[in-house]
Ligand binder design. Structure first.
Ligand SMILES: Cc1ncc(COP(=O)(O)O)c(C=O)c1O
Length: 399
């Protein structure tokens, strides 16, 4: 009996809300119109037009990653695919790896290293703390890892590894390669890949870059690339094999059919960053995020992470007792059409400050939606005080 044509299918228009929700969670983030338009185009993935676009994507990425690396590869996949691409190509089976674990995503890097049979030591950082360089030094001395993995920003619990530069320096002193997940931070705050001596930096499209999910980037240092070229073993991964991916990204040849629309979207996202410049983009993100934080606190709510370890790209808010995050998120999206994120097990909700989320109009709307929804759920927040704090910190800037 053949499988029948399914019945009762609902057209997309009837599923999607009339007006899209304002995406103010931990990603994906709203995309600029140019990025959306580019994402609607399909072209030949191996033609001259694509080749020209790929050249520009690599050049612009070099600026965004702050690297002269001649090996920046795109991945058809989520940020996790870029994480895995860095791990499987750099980490050799049986080799010692140190993973600094602050939360969900840094643990994912450790797990990926374990899956390629590395001997992984996890340095667990206390909840809400930034990794301490001296502790990292002790671990490196004790375990002599060949590779260190860490996140710059731990989106899951809104912790920033503030001492990344110093930690990278310590790793370098011990000839240990360092892989950094900058999925939520790249282009929202400084990261100097070459100057800090980082061997692989990973990012996704859907966060700081303000592109679409599903096309990600990884940049390798020349020493990392040399190591990859000299690997004696054959990788078990085919799609993520950097040498094979290099065919498409540097030799205009076929690896797999590239996600052309997503690469065009990424091109536009990167171009908008280049037009804005990194300096101004960092300034915008910093001002917007700190304004949002002061608005939240002035309203009477508490931020989850202490200032010493606080990530600006994603802001965590401690939920008052008796507020269920599900009810809060539902109220915000049903009543105000604003979506923010819950968490992975913590008693917090998270508001993103990445890309287009860091615009005054989006922040005002989100703060009001948060305050009014808390109020509706019985929390005595002072909404005018929050909005006034936002006004006083954002007023003089037009973002
Ligand atoms: C810091 C960090 N790393 C990695 C990832 C994984 O990205 P993706 O969900 O695109 O696989 C995320 C996503 O939230 C993230 O925030």
């Amino acid at each position: 009996m053949p499988v029948q044509v399914p019945k009762g299918l609902i057209p997309l228009d009837n599923i999607l809300p009339d007006e899209p929700l304002l995406m103010m969670g931990a990603g994906p983030v709203p995309i600029p119109a140019r990025v959306a338009q580019a994402n609607s185009i399909v072209i030949n993935h191996l033609g001259d037009t694509m080749a020209q676009i790929i050249e520009q994507v690599k050049t612009m990425s070099g600026y965004v990653f702050q690297t002269d690396s001649s090996r920046i590869l795109g991945v058809a996949g989520p940020g996790s695919a870029a994480m895995e691409m860095a791990i499987v190509n750099i980490v050799e089976p049986g080799s010692p790896v140190l993973s600094i674990c602050n939360g969900f995503f840094s643990n994912r890097l450790a797990e990926m290293a374990e899956r390629v049979d590395a001997r992984v030591t996890r340095m667990h950082v206390r909840e809400g703390r930034t990794a301490d360089p001296e502790e990292v030094r002790e671990y490196i001395k004790k375990y002599n890892p060949r590779v260190l993995t860490m996140v710059q920003g731990e989106t899951s619990n809104t912790v920033l590894n503030r001492h990344l530069e110093e930690i990278a320096g310590i790793a370098r002193e011990h000839e240990c390669k360092i892989i950094v997940d900058a999925v939520c931070t790249l282009s929202t705050m400084p990261l100097q890949m070459d100057e800090w001596g980082i061997d692989a930096v990973i990012t996704g499209g859907q966060k700081g870059l303000a592109s679409i999910p599903g096309v990600s980037l990884v940049a390798f240092s020349s020493s990392a690339w040399q190591g990859i070229q000299q690997r004696p073993d054959q990788l078990k991964h085919w799609c993520l094999d950097a040498i094979l991916a290099n065919r498409f990204w540097y030799e205009k040849a076929y690896h797999y059919t590239a996600p052309v629309s997503g690469i065009l979207a990424l091109h536009e996202a990167l171009r908008l960053i280049c037009i804005e410049t990194l300096e101004q983009r960092f300034e915008r993100h910093l001002r917007c995020s700190t304004a949002l934080q002061s608005g939240i606190e002035s309203m009477g709510l508490s931020l989850f992470t202490s200032p010493a370890a606080r990530l600006n790209s994603v802001v965590g808010i401690t939920l008052p007792i008796d507020v269920d995050s599900k009810n809060l998120l539902a109220h915000m999206s049903d009543r105000y059409r604003v979506e923010i994120s819950g968490s992975f097990g913590l008693n917090i909700v998270r508001i993103g400050q990445m890309g287009e989320q860091s615009r005054s109009h989006n922040i005002f709307r989100t703060l009001h939606a948060l305050g009014a929804s808390m109020f509706a759920l019985g929390v005595k927040v002072n909404i005018p005080a929050g909005v006034a704090a936002l006004e006083s910190t954002l007023d003089e800037f037009i973002f």
